[in-house]
Design a protein around this ligand. Structure first.
Ligand code: ADP
Length: 543
């Protein structure tokens, strides 16, 4: 599993795919998330302003209803009638009991002295503002001068208080005023339904955004999404304000979104680093491979250089040996004071001939290795074969091996690199002689060990068979040697079974024959020995 995962992450395209997928996914999800969040906020803001408007309407209606009710009760009130006063007090008492926000309902006369009121007391309770309070006095005064209901400014005393001065419609006492004291904290909490409290924090603020109610706790975070609406009499500067509690949830959502973005961002960066490392490793591997390649080419170059040098040495060996032999013969004649002998001249001529041949071999070999177009010439096949035999004849005689040439056809001209083709024939014949030499040595040994053994009594012979048909000529070198030991490696460079061999003769033969568009192969003769054959297309000679 781990291996699978490793391979999975080792694949550059898989990594790129994941990164692309994550990046697009991240972009799409964060955009969609943000749009969703913005939409939620906008609809929450819309809903909150509607809810706030509704809330303000509820409170204003309530206050308005109470106002009308109190003014009606005051209309029936005759301050000098004990029963009427008791009736007013009873009604006001019930109103206070039902509305905890109302702290007191009082009637004041022209001198702003309390005539009657609820609660009843001997000494004015401390939570009620004194009637002499300038803000209360101011409200009463304005109510008289404008003959309308006037709310005082907020009186901050234990709790934020609001004093309402209502005109008295009773014609007998037009300057009497109904004074209602509201506890604003209670007013807000009393009228707010549960679902509103769940969704919002409701507060009353003045024109300086100072929170008047609730006087403690409640509203804590003014940075939250909030709405406000004017409240109370115009010009009072009061506003009801809501802060959406559920915004906190949205904020949590936003934080969640940010965390997710961060997580995916880190994941992408991690994958990016993985990809970078992968590309780096890959580049290093490729570089190493390139360096190795340069070293694989260098070696190959050396190898072909070595092959060239070895091949050259192999092919030049014979003419050089011949030159050395002729030189030795000439030296012997000179030492024997046979300076005038025509043999010396002959030896010197032969040395010149062999050295020219060595030069030609070098030239042909260079062309062969460089694979440049060989300088082919029209050459008599018969001449070519005879010249090749001439090269090997001395060696063959020395080994008492007869060379039989079977040239049962008319001579033909072939277009070829004659020097190298002669070398091919020479190499094949020399190998044949070597093989027969080994075989005859074995036979000699046999003769000594088994004197009556008949083997080797017949002289060995090397057959050169030249045949042709319309399309090609075929030359076979048939020997009576030990036979081929390893058919597969035969034509490989450096393959040799001889102690003094270089393993290049056959490799060169194949190169030369293939260079002439021909083919060379070998087989073991069922009667003993080996047969090397090669074919050359006659098209070559026609061109
Ligand atoms: P070299 O002569 O230096 O060994 P060659 O390429 O000419 O190189 O020959 C390679 C090998 O092929 C020889 O060593 C020998 O084992 C085998 N071979 C070539 N010609 C013959 C042959 N006529 N009979 C048997 N084996 C042969």
């Amino acid at each position: 599993m781990a291996l699978l995962g490793h391979r999975f992450f080792q694949n550059r395209w898989t990594l790129l795919g994941i990164m692309l997928f994550l990046t697009v996914g991240l972009f799409a999800s964060s955009t969609l998330g943000w749009l969703w969040y913005a939409d939620k906020r906008a609809s929450a803001a819309r809903q909150s302003s509607l809810d706030l408007l509704w809330m303000e309407q509820i409170i204003s209606n309530k206050l308005g209803t109470q106002q009308v009710m109190l003014q009606n009760w005051a209309l029936d009130l005759r301050p000098d009638s004990k029963q009427s006063r008791a009736e007013f007090i009873q009604r006001a008492d019930e109103l206070i009991k039902e509305n905890h926000a109302i702290l007191a309902v009082e009637i004041v006369d022209e001198q702003n002295q309390r005539l009657i009121g609820v609660p009843q007391f001997d000494e004015r309770p401390k939570q009620l503002p004194p009637l002499s309070d300038p803000l209360v006095q101011d409200a009463i005064h304005q109510s008289r001068s404008q003959n309308s209901a006037i709310y005082s400014r907020v009186i901050e005393q234990f709790a934020p208080l609001w004093v309402l001065a209502l005109p008295n419609s009773n014609e007998q006492h037009p300057l009497h005023r109904i004074i209602v004291t509201y506890d604003l904290n209670k007013l807000l909490t009393q009228e707010v339904p549960w679902w509103f409290v769940q969704r919002y924090d409701l507060s009353l603020v003045d024109e300086n955004d100072k929170q008047l109610s609730p006087s403690e706790g409640g509203i804590v975070n003014h940075h939250q999404q909030s709405n406000r609406i004017d409240f109370g009499p115009s010009g009072s500067g009061l506003s009801l304000k809501t802060s959406v509690r559920t915004v906190q949830n949205f904020d949590n959502l936003l934080i969640g979104l940010a965390v997710a973005v961060l997580f995916f961002g880190i994941l992408i960066i991690w994958l990016l680093r993985l990809l970078q490392r992968w590309i780096k490793e890959r580049k290093a591997a490729q570089q190493a491979l390139r360096e190795r390649d340069v070293l694989l080419q260098h070696t190959a170059h050396l190898s072909s250089l070595a092959e060239f040098a070895s091949g050259m040495a192999h092919e030049l060996n014979q003419p050089l040996a011949a030159i050395a032999n002729y030189a030795a013969a000439a030296e012997c004649l000179i030492e024997a004071n046979e300076i005038d002998s025509p043999k010396i001249k002959q030896a010197v001529e032969k040395m010149g001939e062999e050295s020219r041949r060595a030069g030609k071999i070098m030239h042909s070999m260079r062309n062969l290795i460089q694979k440049s177009a060989a300088p082919h010439e029209m050459y008599s096949l018969s001449r070519l074969v005879h010249e090749a035999i001439e090269l090997i004849e001395v060696q063959a005689k020395h080994l008492h091996i007869r060379i039989d040439l079977m040239f049962n056809m008319e001579d033909t001209q072939i277009r070829c690199d004659a020097v190298m083709l002669k070398q091919v024939l020479f190499n094949l014949m020399r190998n044949a002689l070597d093989s027969m030499k080994t075989e005859s040595m074995k036979n000699e040994k046999n003769k000594i060990e088994h004197p009556h053994h008949k083997l080797g009594e017949h002289p060995q012979k090397l057959c050169l068979v030249i045949e042709r048909n319309d399309r090609q000529i075929e030359i076979s070198v048939v020997d009576q040697g030990e036979g081929i030991q390893n058919m597969d490696k035969l034509f490989q460079a450096f393959y040799t079974t001889k102690s003094d061999g270089m393993g290049f003769g056959l490799a060169i033969c194949r190169t030369v024959i293939e260079n002439h568009g021909g083919k060379i192969w070998a087989e073991n003769n069922p009667n003993g020995g080996a047969i090397f054959r090669f074919r050359l297309p006659l098209e070559t000679e026609q061109t």
